[in-house]
Design a protein around this ligand. Structure first.
Ligand code: UD1
Length: 341
């Protein structure tokens, strides 16, 4: 298939572009590079020996988006492009609503004009109400608790309404849990701008000496060791999930599918820390801090539906997630700003 990947230069996007090329598909990337680097795609080109066309286009730039989509002959779109920092979304909600929602409206309108009515959407476990019992099934109560999460939920709803209005649309909503890890080559990985918000990129930067110590947010949760529990999923497993959803879209009639992508297993902050120490062979300094506002104690998926509907299951364990993150981070301590490999 010929696939347009929005946000394809980012962390999950670049791993998915690689997986698509490895599966024999052709891709075209649009990305505004606001939190991504074209270097990620140069490295995908080195890994695959294939060209990855990139248009540096913002989804808010309607005329340029029109040019790309109208002339693209795409079979489907995988839509990653969005802002994703929870704290920033609380401080600048309108930025998040404009970027994520308007960007998605522009994208869908241009897709409809071009007759491309198949989309795999990058959603998140953040759309679930945090008071649900675990594990989270797709039918769990929805209710995001911050502007970022609400944009994800609204984008899901928009796509569902669109599909009702025009049954030709084929929509897959993939709700990710906590993506970590990197491609096993160590050539592509997560490269957050500024201080990382998320646990594993933070630990990885402490391990290289770029940050002093990890702050563990909360040691009094009702969990076995008192720290928060999450369902960490290897980014390559996640990327493969996208390829499988895309290949399913090619053969199906219109409809909406909603699917968790997680492992079904939760690990605490201290368990992740221990696994990372084993992977990098160093002690990671850390200190206990109060809970981070807005954090849940425990969050993990019921991944059964993904296995049933897609035949997809995560196969990479926490050890591999940490080893692959470390291979990437130690070879690229400053991410893509390091000298090209
Ligand atoms: C966060 C976002 C979520 C988003 C996801 C992926 C919040 C409240 N949620 O999920 O909406 O979809 O990232 O981008 O921000 N932790 C520490 N020290 C740190 C960082 C994290 O102890 O420096 C702890 C957290 O308290 C949590 C766990 O590590 O228990 C995982 O945190 P993180 O990686 O930020 O992911 P989430 O909070 O699950």
């Amino acid at each position: 298939m010929h696939v347009l990947v929005t946000g394809g230069a980012g962390y999950i996007g670049s791993h998915t572009v690689l997986a698509l090329l490895e599966a024999g598909h052709s891709v075209h990337v649009v990305d505004n590079l606001s939190n991504a680097s074209a270097e990620s795609l140069h490295r995908v080109e080195k890994l695959t020996g294939k060209k990855v066309p990139l248009d540096v286009v913002d989804l808010l730039d309607r005329p340029r988006l029109h040019e790309v989509i109208a002339g693209g002959s795409f079979d489907a779109v995988i839509h990653f492009a969005a802002l994703k920092a929870v704290g920033e979304s609380v401080r600048e909600p309108l930025l998040y609503y404009r970027n994520n929602i308007t960007g998605t409206i522009n994208l869908c309108e241009e897709m409809a004009l071009a007759g491309v009515k198949a989309i795999v959407f990058s959603s998140s476990a953040t759309v679930y109400d945090p008071s649900n019992p675990m594990p989270l099934q797709e039918e769990a109560t929805l209710g995001a608790v911050n502007p970022y999460g609400r944009t994800k939920l609204m984008m899901e709803m928009m796509l569902q309404d669109l599909q009702v209005s025009d049954p030709d649309w084929r929509v897959w909503l993939l709700r990710y849990f906590n993506p970590i890890g990197a491609h096993e080559s160590g050539m592509i990985g997560e490269d957050p701008a500024g201080e990382p918000n998320n646990l594993v990129p933070y630990i990885a930067q402490v391990a290289t000496g770029r940050r002093q110590e990890l702050r563990v947010f909360g040691s009094d949760y009702p969990t076995p060791d008192g720290t928060g529990v999450r369902d960490y999923i290897h980014v390559v497993d996640l990327a493969i999930g996208h390829v499988m959803a895309l290949e399913r879209i090619a053969h199906e009639a219109g409809g909406v599918q909603i699917c968790n992508l997680g492992t079904g297993r939760g690990y605490s902050v201290l368990e992740v820390l221990a696994a990372f120490e084993a992977a990098c062979g160093k002690k990671i300094p850390y200190a206990m801090h109060p809970r981070r506002p807005g954090d849940a104690a425990v969050c993990y998926a019921d991944p059964a539906y993904a296995e049933k509907v897609l035949g997809w299951r995560a196969t990479r364990d926490l050890t591999q997630m940490c080893e692959d993150t470390w291979r990437w981070q130690s070879a690229n301590p400053f991410g893509y700003a390091d000298a090209p490999v």
